[in-house]
Ligand binder design. Structure first.
Ligand code: C5P
Length: 360
């Protein structure tokens, strides 16, 4: 039997799900705080944050992918042989093997099918930029609840691309989800909560969330499809994803600052203080955990983790940002949580009834 991947005896599946729930809440709060705690004139560049996220995530994935390459420990083997076989683990630091590892990794990363990652890469960069628009224009809890609409888009794309079949209760849950998010939106557009420090534009925020839900569903399902339809290592796939993200992440920066030449470099990090870096680091962590959840678990359990994070960030929002609980907000959140729970109810497998014919 195959060993379950684990850390200190706890299956990675559970570690990744719990960490994802905590990371989701932390990110919502930190990102929101980093955007609204300063006046718009002193805001940091979201495009720089997205680029830093991809660079850091890509570098970490590269190191992990590098450390996971297994080479044969045959002293006589030529470099060529070593870089083309994967069998026994070999000593780490022998220079000859390091060079063989680099060649092997290069081959894996620039594989014939690496272009497949360009689609989720572009979608994720758009999504990561949209998240900043949403976090700047909605309060943390409203953003978090509305973002649950991604379960709807994930389901839609799973049916379309992965040919997944949904049970009637799951379709019903999706309907509840839409209603719940609708209730929260009514609350969002009528409340005058104390968190409005800068000019927050709820309409702009909701449009950004809706678009982010679309890209989240499509990118997530596409990544799952690429990952599960091939033998390639998860971390190699992550490196490919980050490489393809670089161009769309750099494009808005060039568009804004291209004419400034080298002096643009200093403007990139203008106002990029502690909270901006904290947001980037938590987002890097989230990217790495999301990839692990898609690999070691599934989208159903990922839904559970995110619904748990609604409650966590909701309570934190009340404590930290003076977020005012209204009846409609609580009602909407409860409907979203019930819908998430209902969607995650696995339909019981039908018992195998032996049909015997009585015709003679
Ligand atoms: O909200 P959602 O679960 O779609 O967010 C996924 C996040 O995880 C995105 O920010 C995306 O950049 C990141 N991600 C990643 N590597 C993957 C899959 C997702 O960094 N392999």
């Amino acid at each position: 039997a195959q060993a379950v991947p684990s850390l200190w005896g706890i299956p990675l599946k559970y570690i990744s799900l719990v960490t994802l729930a905590l990371q989701n809440s932390l990110l919502t709060i930190i990102m929101h705080y980093s955007r609204v705690s300063t006046p718009p004139s002193r805001a940091y560049s979201a495009a720089t944050a997205v680029l830093m996220n991809e660079l850091l995530k890509g570098s970490i994935s590269l190191l992990i992918a590098f450390s996971r390459i297994e080479l044969p420990s045959i002293p006589q083997a030529s470099y060529k042989d070593i870089s083309q076989t994967t069998s026994y683990p070999a000593s780490w630091f022998a220079p000859r093997l390091v060079s063989a590892r680099i060649r092997r990794l290069w081959k894996d990363v620039f594989s014939a099918d690496c272009w497949k990652l360009s689609i989720p890469a572009i979608l994720y960069v758009i999504q990561n930029n949209l998240q900043y628009v949403a976090a700047s224009n909605l309060d943390a809890a409203t953003f978090q609840v509305s973002y649950q609409m991604k379960i709807l888009t994930t389901a839609g794309f799973s049916v379309l691309l992965l040919r997944k079949r949904l049970a009637p209760t799951q379709w019903l849950a999706l309907l509840f989800l839409a209603i719940g998010v609708g209730i929260v939106q009514i609350q969002g557009s009528t409340s005058h909560s104390a968190v409005i420090i800068n000019d927050m534009n709820a309409m702009k925020g909701f449009l950004a969330v809706a678009a982010a839900c679309f890209t989240s569903g499509l990118a997530g399902v596409y990544f799952e499809m690429v990952l599960k339809n091939s033998q390639a290592d998860l971390w190699v796939r992550n490196v490919q994803l980050s490489l393809f993200s670089l161009l769309p992440a750099i494009a808005p920066i060039l568009y804004d600052h291209g004419s400034e030449g080298f002096s643009a470099f200093s403007t990139l990090f203008r106002n990029f203080g502690f909270w901006a870096w904290a947001t980037v680091l938590v987002q890097v962590l989230g990217g790495l955990i999301t990839a692990m959840v898609i690999k070691y678990s599934d989208n159903i359990l990922k839904g559970f983790a995110t619904s748990l994070s609604i409650v966590i960030s909701f309570l934190a929002s009340v404590a930290l940002f003076n977020f005012q609980m209204t009846f409609t907000f609580i009602l909407g959140s409860v409907v979203v949580l019930i819908a998430t729970w209902l969607y995650n109810q696995q339909p019981k497998p039908k018992p195998n009834i032996l049909v015997t014919t009585t015709d003679h």
